[in-house]
Design a protein around this ligand. Structure first.
Ligand SMILES: Cc1cc2nc3c(=O)[nH]c(=O)nc-3n(C[C@H](O)[C@H](O)[C@H](O)COP(=O)(O)O)c2cc1C
Length: 173
């Protein structure tokens, strides 16, 4: 992969996130890292900086408290979003259903974490977004306007933490 400008990418976000699926990775070479499948996310832009070029390209990801990845997301300043090459999509059977608490998911899938840019991403990807956390908050039941969503999505009380990350580097095939 080589570094490209995020704004030059051409893709349908609903298709990429909802059908191809994302792999969220957080960690660093000293502590190790963990990866999980995600299909709930947003890609876009929000906020700006004094003297900056304008809207900040950002990714929003939602990680439930129960995920091992949540521990890494809380500790780390950076995280990554990888989109696996199609021939590796079957790895999501493990990334999205097993926990890094119980197994080495990289050994089990044959995927390789690359430690770079202060975080880690998946080598077998066609796209990787390196993100720096800007904002985090909890999904709270009392904040739902449509309360029917709460019971359907959080019957077990396992709420998501949301992380808005600035896309500081984009790597693509
Ligand atoms: C298609 C798919 C999409 C998923 N999307 C999310 C998501 O957006 N947020 C989340 O917290 N878990 C999501 N999961 C579940 C986690 O990937 C799963 O619980 C994983 O085993 C957590 O691994 P970990 O404990 O190693 O972090 C998804 C699973 C699949 C199969």
């Amino acid at each position: 992969m080589k570094e490209v400008n995020f704004l030059d990418l051409q893709f349908n976000p609903a298709e990429l996130i909802g059908s191809e699926w994302l792999t969220i990775t957080a960690g660093n070479k000293d502590t190790g890292c963990n990866s999980m499948t995600a299909s709930w996310a947003h890609l876009g832009a929000i906020w700006g900086r004094k003297g900056g070029p304008g809207n900040i390209p950002t990714a929003v990801v939602y990680v439930r408290h129960s995920r091992y990845t949540h521990e890494f997301m809380e500790k780390e300043a950076l995280f990554s979003i990888s989109v696996l090459k199609p021939e590796f999509k079957k790895a999501h059977a493990i990334l999205g259903n097993e926990s890094g608490r119980d197994m080495d998911k990289y050994a089990a899938t044959g995927l390789h974490p690359v430690y770079d840019y202060g975080t880690a991403f998946i080598a077998e990807s066609k796209l990787a977004l390196i993100c720096r956390k800007l904002y985090t908050d909890e999904i709270k039941p009392e904040c739902f306007i449509d309360q029917t969503l709460v019971g359907h999505n959080y019957a077990d009380g396992d709420f998501h933490t949301l992380y808005i990350g600035e896309i500081i580097k984009t790597l693509a095939e």
